[in-house]
Design a protein around this ligand. Structure first.
Ligand SMILES: [Zn+2]
Ligand SMILES: [Zn+2]
Length: 473
């Protein structure tokens, strides 16, 4: 990606919004560690489930049914009762060591709270939890420059700052386990991707992943190593010819786009708040891929303030069409949930319900286009009590074919722990009370509407390069 894309943009630092919404952390992490890894039977489920061939027909039948369900219908699971295809979820308490320190928005508590909520809802009994190791240098350097990996090690081991490589900045302060914790996130996403590719599981989730800002030679925007890019590279190395990446984080997925900018085997699609208002400043519709890969990048920057109606309309007007045109063999998605109205780092207003619907939709697209091969990651998300746990629990539930009814109460045990650890009340329901609705693009285009103009600009720049009609679906 040309380095001058971000020039003249005002936003250079991701964490520049005043953070007062991040509570002090107490003993939650250790508690989750104990609960999930020592006192419960979950640790016996560390080996990924083998694909059960006897379920294939059932799957196909059920998914045909799913394809007839419109995006704007009531969301529901694609599989009927009794479906046993288990999702793989990368989790280990060591993931909580990815910790920039007190006061930083990327508090590892958000992961602990998510796993805790999923556990309280009984969801973890229906997934295979897998503990990732630490990616070695050979794997990291498939994407990252060796000198950068060495710099991260020096930063972690000796506290040596390297601001030219983004290490020791306000967004990415140093911490002792910086290399190890970041490399573990990478290994988790790579393992999940390869498990999906090999058919060991249909869907896999790494809520600790989605570090989409990390560049080959620099940390950026709370991201040290780009687990997504390394995983996509690993899929290509395994013989994948077309990998699609869809990024729903409020921030542009600039690092993943940069890595595959000139690679026609990878389609990167990012729906985000406009770079004119938000870090990292890139992600304009005219960014459509390098000269060797025209049309391989799709960018949909939305105006600040866009909510469910606009965000879902945007996702629906661009993502399914470009994915169908590209015909991916595997779908990788990033579910940063910082587009939520309560998130302190973005200005979008997307509900948990809309994010759940989008996850459901991407899941359905995987069954339509990739034979179900779907790897979902987390990403941003800084409303660590009110949003992240619910958004990603819904994501895990969708991947596990056990979707959670939005009206489900948040378990009291979880709420009591929130109250005890943070001295405040947690959300009462798995819904924001929103009923996500939107108009499809086919119903007409309003040139006076900011969101519609944004969608139109993206379609105008990207659709012809993918052989699609700008105006009609
Ligand atoms: Zn499925
Ligand atoms: Zn983000």
């Amino acid at each position: 990606m040309p380095s001058d894309l971000a020039r003249d943009r005002p936003v250079r630092r991701k964490g520049s919004v005043e953070i007062d919404a991040v509570p002090a952390r107490a003993g939650w992490s250790a508690d989750v560690h104990r609960t999930l890894w020592h006192d419960t039977p979950h640790e016996v489920a560390l080996v990924p489930a083998r694909r059960d061939e006897t379920h294939d027909e059932t799957l196909d039948e059920t998914h045909d049914e799913t394809r007839r369900v419109a995006f704007d219908s009531v969301p529901r699971g694609c599989l009927g009762e009794g479906m046993t295809q288990r999702a793989r979820v990368e989790w280990a308490p060591e993931m909580l060591r990815y910790d920039f320190g007190t006061g930083h928005p990327m508090a590892p508590d958000r992961l602990a709270l998510t796993i805790g909520l999923a556990d309280a809802l009984g969801l973890l009994e229906h997934v295979d939890l897998v503990r990732a190791g630490i990616a070695d240098d050979a794997l990291l350097t498939t994407v990252h420059e060796p000198a950068y990996v060495a710099a991260v090690r020096r930063a972690a081991d000796e506290g040596v700052r390297d601001e030219a490589r983004g290490l020791g900045t306000a967004d990415d302060p140093l911490f002792p386990s910086m290399h190890e914790a970041s490399a573990r996130v990478v290994q988790g996403t790579v393992d999940a991707a390869l498990a999906v590719w090999r058919g060991e599981c249909e869907h896999a989730v790494n809520i600790t992943g989605g570090m989409h800002h990390a560049m080959p030679g620099a940390a950026s925007g709370f991201c040290v190593y780009n687990d997504v890019a390394v995983a996509i590279h690993a899929l290509l190395a395994q013989g994948a010819e077309r990998v699609a990446y869809v990024d729903l984080d409020a921030h542009h997925g600039d690092g993943v786009q940069a890595v595959f900018w000139d690679d026609p085997r990878v389609l990167t699609v990012s729906v985000h708040e406009s770079g004119r208002a938000l870090f990292p400043g890139t992600g304009d519709p005219h960014e459509t891929g390098g000269s060797a890969a025209p049309g391989s990048a799709v960018n949909l920057p939305l105006p600040s303030g866009a909510g469910d109606v606009g965000w879902l309309r945007a996702v629906d007007a661009v993502v399914p069409a470009v994915l169908r045109a590209f015909e991916p063999q595997v779908l990788v998605t990033q579910h940063g949930c910082d587009a939520h109205g309560l998130d302190p780092l973005s200005n979008l207003r997307v509900s948990v319900d809309a994010q759940r619907l989008a996850a459901q939709r991407l899941h359905d697209l995987a069954h339509e286009l990739t034979g179900g091969r779907w790897l979902a990651t987390g990403g941003g998300g800084y409303a660590i009590i009110d949003v992240v746990p619910r958004a990603w629990t819904h994501l895990i539930a969708v991947a596990a074919h056990r979707p959670i009814d939005p009206a489900t109460p948040v378990p009291e045990a979880w709420r009591e722990r929130v109250a005890a650890e943070y001295g405040r009340e947690g959300p009462r329901l798995m819904t924001d009370g929103a009923t996500p609705t939107f108009r499809s693009w086919g119903s007409g285009f309003d040139p006076s509407d900011d969101v519609d103009r944004a969608i139109r600009a993206t379609r105008a720049m990207s659709f012809p390069l993918l052989g699609l009609d700008v105006d009609h679906d």
